[in-house]
Design a protein around this ligand. Structure first.
Ligand SMILES: [Fe+2]
Length: 209
């Protein structure tokens, strides 16, 4: 559990841009730009560079925008209810803000969760939803087994894991930027419907790097 003490979370108060509106992707119907990477890129979320503890091409603004797009497409494909989709999309926007390097770093989820709280981003969600988003952020860089174990301590373990798996697959789709052995592995994706999204991820990277 992550305490959300609004009293003590703001160690400093920089002039932060407003949290972008998280718009659910066109209800459950077909989106006009369903498979058009350029159209998706043109509607990418506003992700302020100031959110990030560390400037990075690999894990910064563009990566976050692409992961957010993949998360939107996944929740639509999976026909998620809007409430859960909103949590997953928030987690996608915030999942790497605490990274301080671009290497393998299983601690950056915890750093990102702490930074989300420090910046007050979680305040756009209800406390229960914020807890679910922070859980996914904290464990998105740990093994699935570790996430499953930790979910047991959440108020709604199944929901917490749904959000976590969604974030992990959205993040994994943008592994196309890494290439080689770090390319997305279809066998590792948690949602079969994410597998045919890999070619879209390559196209999105091409038009929105
Ligand atoms: Fe990421």
């Amino acid at each position: 559990m992550y305490p959300l003490p609004r009293r003590m979370t703001r160690a400093w108060s920089p002039p932060m841009p407003a949290v972008p509106t998280i718009r659910y992707p066109d209800g459950m119907g077909p989106a006009p730009h369903a498979d058009d990477a350029g159209a998706w890129a043109g509607q990418a979320a506003d992700v302020p560079a100031e959110w990030f503890a560390h400037f990075s091409w690999l894990h910064g603004v563009r990566h976050t925008q692409r992961v957010h797009i993949h998360a939107q497409r996944l929740v639509r494909e999976l026909r998620w209810p809007e409430a859960d989709a909103c949590i997953a999309l928030s987690a996608a926007l915030w999942h790497d803000v605490g990274r301080v390097n671009d290497g393998w770093d299983p601690g950056h989820g915890a750093l990102s969760a702490a930074r989300v709280v420090e910046l007050g981003l979680h305040e756009s969600l209800s406390e229960a939803d914020a807890q679910a988003a922070l859980f996914a952020i904290r464990y998105h860089c740990r093994s699935d087994g570790h996430g499953s174990l930790r979910a047991a301590g959440q108020d709604d373990p199944k929901r917490a894991l749904r959000i976590l798996w969604l974030l992990k697959d959205a993040d994994a789709l943008d592994r196309v930027r890494l290439g080689g052995w770090e390319d997305p592995d279809p066998a590792q994706l948690r949602h079969p419907r994410a597998v045919p999204m890999i070619p879209f991820a390559r196209e999105l990277l091409r038009v929105f790097a």
